[in-house]
Design a protein around this ligand. Sequence first.
Ligand code: COA
Length: 164
Amino acid sequence: MEIRLARPDELVGLQQIEIASGEPFRAIGMPEIADDDPLPLAVLTHLQSLGRVWVAAEPEPVGWIAVEEVDGFAHVEQVSVHPGHARRGVGRELIDHVGAWAAGRGLTGLTLTTFRDVPWNGPYYERLGFRQVSDLTPGLAAVVEQETARGLDPATRTCMLRGV
Ligand SMILES: CC(C)(COP(=O)(O)OP(=O)(O)OC[C@H]1O[C@@H](n2cnc3c(N)ncnc32)[C@H](O)[C@@H]1OP(=O)(O)O)[C@@H](O)C(=O)NCCC(=O)NCCS
């Protein structure tokens, strides 16, 4: 498996991977998350044009990660692995790849927002070295506000940070 920058012609397929990766939320009583729209193509296209979208390819993409810079951190906008390729360390490799990229750019660390108690969200990222933060930078606070406006219950969410 190779981790490389995404190509423009792969972005619609990455949305399909994100939709598929949401399916497990149905089994834990969160169907609205399974049914949520993927990251809009316009956003993916913008991030890809900036070189901020990577795929795990074997050789077709089976997972991907997209980041933005928020307050000096590489903020993970989305990480998705197709369920048919899950639990083989692809997610960890994508996160580590972006961590090395962030370090090379002189960024302070990685941040993300996620569901605190979903096993493959908060507890998973803790195992990858993230810790929960409550003292949010202005950019992260804005991310949380946008999520709340989209209908995500802030009581179920957490912001997490890992240094590089
Ligand atoms: C989070 C995600 C990217 C991890 O990808 P991955 O390649 O499976 O990750 P890894 O192989 O590195 O680690 C998998 C770990 O996640 C946890 N996990 C994954 N699926 C799980 C499930 N259905 N139930 C419980 N734990 C699960 C386990 O801890 C697992 O480790 P284990 O297999 O040793 O038990 C993937 O689960 C995904 O795409 N999820 C849907 C999208 C999502 O939730 N994105 C994050 C929103 S912030």
